[in-house]
Design a protein around this ligand. Structure first.
Ligand SMILES: [Cu+2]
Length: 289
């Protein structure tokens, strides 16, 4: 199940800035929403529990004790999602019940001959790696203030619908994905250093490797939170009188990108706008106020 989902995920990482792909463009949010629904269904089946629902990682939990997220306890605990690793490359293996229960990174690329980045592990199981808080560029996950700023961008996306030429002051998608046009650091230009990207870099190691990031179970909790922020933004737009039947609060979602998802031609991005119709809700959504 794990490998199956991961194989799909690895295919979604762009080798060049192609707008129809799953990152750096309008499909970023619907594509990941679909992936989360699939893995949630897979886990529910595996557990024999149709009620199973994916949890989300509320980034603000890291700021419960103040402005310094530290290592973001209690998420990265042995008994919970495993230890945070260390900044020493030789000691970044995650420990805890996951590892004790035999969890190993084994991202397969079977059937995917489009590209094989070094991050992808082919049938060579190894320990999961994390380096929480080791990257100076990223002191912690996005703050509450940065989260609330999603509500100041009322348009889903804007031309030219990419990660570097789109105006992130306008495009909600670019902002939430984490690209800031003012960033000059090459890492931030290439990978983004804000919002969604910030979470990946903050957790580090496997989560930092875009194609290998689904190896860390945190990937799904992190993306569930990204999805939750999209839901919050959609609700805010609907409350302002957005068109529920066509947009579900996605004003400015460009028509050409409402179509097929990358990897899944039978699934249309537009079918993923109305999350409640897909059968789920969130217990708490941030609001503009
Ligand atoms: Cu991501």
């Amino acid at each position: 199940m794990e490998a199956h989902a991961n194989a799909f995920l690895s295919m979604g990482t762009p080798v060049e800035s192609m707008h129809s792909m799953s990152h750096m463009g309008p499909q970023f949010l619907p594509w990941h929403r679909y992936v989360l629904l699939r893995i949630e269904a897979d886990i529910a089946e595996e557990l024999g529990d149709p009620e199973f629902s994916l949890p989300y990682w509320d980034w603000q939990d890291c700021y419960k004790d103040g402005a310094d997220p530290g290592l973001c306890a209690p998420i990265f605990e042995r008994e919970f999602l495993g230890t945070p690793g260390t900044c020493d490359d030789d000691k970044r293996g995650v420990e805890g019940y996951l590892t004790d229960a035999g969890f190993r990174v084994n991202l397969t690329t079977k059937g995917n001959n489009m590209f094989v980045p070094s991050a992808i592990v082919c049938d060579k199981p190894r320990a999961l790696h994390r380096q929480v808080g080791c990257e100076d560029l990223v002191p912690g996950p996005a703050t509450a203030e940065e989260e609330r700023a999603i509500f100041t961008r009322s348009v889903y996306d804007a031309a030219p619908y990419d990660h570097c030429r789109t105006e992130e002051d306008v495009s909600f998608r670019q902002y939430l994905e984490g690209y800031d046009n003012d960033d000059t650091n090459m890492t931030c230009v290439a990978a983004g250093c804000a919002m969604h990207s910030r979470g990946h870099i903050y957790i580090g190691a496997d989560m930092y490797e875009s194609s290998g990031s689904p190896n860390d179970p945190m990937f799904f909790l992190h993306h569930a939170n990204v999805d939750r922020l999209w839901a919050a933004w959609q609700e805010a737009n609907l409350a302002k009188g957005g068109d529920a039947t066509t947009d579900h609060g996605n004003p400015g979602y460009p028509d050409p990108y409402r179509g097929s998802l990358f990897v899944w031609p039978d699934v249309k991005a537009a079918e993923l706008f109305d999350y409640k119709a897909l059968g789920y809700e969130y217990d708490a959504l941030p609001t503009p106020g």
